[in-house]
Design a protein around this ligand. Structure first.
Ligand code: TNX
Length: 544
């Protein structure tokens, strides 16, 4: 009898162990601000559970559907979403709004015997909480349930601007690649996508009033091989996004609470447009859509009124598509040589009484005139400008937000002058740089080197800024320039996992960062990258 009892007990024990569900781990990237575990207890997530959302709230309904999808993706468990009524909150996964949370992106996750609740200050905050829960889930196949330890999570991001940039102008990428990139941005808790869509090497957005921008400006007859070698591949390259596609992408991002900030780079980096409309340049051309990489002398003529008509027409259509309050107007790398020799630009300088001042040449300040005029136009439509840090050398207004790329110093300087600033310093946050010094077997990159650790260690707020000045640092962003980004897999390789390191720079206070612990978190995140079949750079894992 005892023997039988014992073997029965053994069997039960075996059964229990095999039935122990795989467990969620809330240590995700970016790490939540506070995670407080209960002494014991766990919620069993299985196919009988529902995701409930407040009745009549379409944003929360969409959030609920995303969560259902994510649960399926991670665990293969099918739950469904439904509107909330009194009966079905208990024991289920509920989404709710809590206006008492101060940060508009702040949220809490509570897992206890009443069920799971994600409460956010706004639907956007709830979405961020959903991302955290999603990343916490174990990746399992063929299980009927997973276990979520009882916990209280309270979280909010450090910076309001958490961005990624993608250059779709040097090389054109299909709509799906852009959507995949937006998925990556969402997974990392980011909320801005800076979309670079005009360049010397191609104009990538349909503008109905200026059709040659895409019939002519979107196509080049070849591309230089390597880093500006003397060889050209002779292979036509091009493409553009129709306005309809742009709207589709805007919606795709907005559904994920990501704002797209389009960049129309001016007055430099404009050869795509000049090839289409040579009358917009100082010499009148002819111009060609560029095959090579770099900085080119031919830029928009600041003396001609037609140039401003062109810019306004383009921006009219751009702001009709992109609801973002910010429009990026570039402003980088605009050589002065043409403006110096152009009678119309010189006449403009005279007429406007522009003088060399503050170490800035007349032509530098002509770019200031150009920028202020465009800014004023956009302001009349309720929009604000972002521009590259070259603008600090051009006598622009304090209202221009500065994107600091030539290191972090221009940004610190801008903040001291009262500009809002977004930090994208090349040394740490240029994801077109190599991510290892051992480059022999790496795909060709622009140069430089920024390892995952270099990204992680970047601190956006310089130590010598006063608290008042620090408030001007809105956040940080990494840029992926496209000279060598020919393939979507290479785009993935360059941003994963550096994007994860950036996510913690954007989310955490410096004292809460810890690279060794981050490595463990990102190793789990890599499993989600793999689930999506994204290509991940292996350097952090000794190339394994
Ligand atoms: C500088 S960053 C540029 C880009 C290049 C990049 C390459 C900036 C405002 N201008 O046009 O693609 O370097 O790293």
């Amino acid at each position: 009898m005892r023997k039988i009892m014992l073997s029965f007990l053994m069997l039960m024990l075996l059964n229990v162990t095999s039935a122990i569900a795989q467990t969620a781990d809330y240590n995700v990237v970016p790490r939540p601000q506070t995670i407080t575990y209960a002494k014991e207890g766990a919620y069993l997530l299985d196919g009988s559970k529902l995701v409930v959302y407040p009745m009549g709230n379409t944003d929360m309904e969409r959030n609920a559907k995303f969560l259902v999808e994510y649960i399926k993706e991670m665990t293969q468990i099918n739950v469904s979403s439904t509107v909330q009524d009194k009966k079905n909150v208990k024991g289920n996964i509920s989404l709710s709004l809590n206006t008492k949370i101060a940060n508009p992106e702040g949220y809490t996750i509570t897992v206890d015997k009443k069920g799971v609740n994600i409460a956010g200050a706004t639907p956007a905050a709830v979405f961020l909480g959903i991302q955290t829960l999603r990343k916490s889930l174990p990746i399992v196949k063929g299980e009927t349930s997973v276990s979520l330890p009882f916990v209280n999570i309270s979280d909010a991001p450090r910076f309001s601007y958490r961005g990624m940039h993608l250059d779709c102008a040097r090389h054109f990428f299909p709509v799906q690649v852009v959507k995949d990139y937006i998925d990556m941005i969402a997974l990392h808790g980011m909320n801005k996508f800076h979309w670079h869509i005009t360049e010397d090497q191609g104009w990538r957005i349909e503008i109905k009033k200026w059709p040659k921008l895409t019939t002519v400006g979107a196509w080049r007859s070849g591309t230089v091989i390597g880093r500006n070698s003397i060889l050209d591949d002779g292979i036509p390259h091009g493409g553009f996004y129709t306005q309809e596609e742009c709207r589709e992408i805007v919606k795709y991002a907005a559904d994920r609470y990501i704002t797209i900030i389009p960049e129309i780079d001016m007055p430099g980096h404009m050869l795509g447009a000049l090839a289409a409309y040579p009358e917009l340049g100082c010499t009148g051309g002819p111009y060609e859509v560029e095959h090579r990489w770099g900085v080119f002398a031919d830029i928009l003529c600041a003396g001609k009124e037609k140039t401003f008509q062109f810019v306004q027409d383009v921006l009219d259509e751009v702001i009709d598509i992109f609801p973002s309050e910010y429009i990026h107007i570039g402003g980088d790398e605009s050589p002065r040589s043409r403006w110096k020799e152009c009678p119309l630009c010189q006449k403009r300088i005279q007429d406007e009484g522009i003088k060399a001042e503050n170490g800035q040449s007349k032509e530098d300040r002509l770019q200031g005139y150009f920028t202020k005029r465009v800014e004023k136009y956009l302001a009349s439509k309720g929009k604000r400008i972002i521009g590259w840090d070259e603008l600090l050398g051009c006598d622009v207004d304090q209202s221009a937000t500065i994107m600091s790329w030539r290191g972090a110093e221009p940004g610190a300087k801008g903040a001291k002058l009262g500009h809002d600033v977004i930090m994208t310093p090349n040394a740490a946050l240029y994801f077109d740089y190599y991510q290892t010094k051992d480059t022999w077997s790496e795909p060709l990159s622009i140069g430089g080197c920024s390892t995952v650790e270099d990204v992680y260690k970047f601190e956006p707020v310089a130590a010598d800024l006063t608290p008042e000045q620090s408030k001007h640092i809105l956040g940080a962003q990494a840029n992926l320039w496209g000279e060598y980004a020919v393939y979507p897999t290479f785009v993935q390789y360059q941003v994963l996992p550096r994007m994860a390191a950036l996510a913690e720079v954007q989310w955490l206070q410096p004292q809460d960062k810890n690279f060794e612990e981050f490595k463990e978190r990102v190793t789990r995140l890599r499993e989600i990258y793999r689930l999506h079949h994204w290509t991940v750079a292996p350097h952090l894992w000794n190339n394994k």
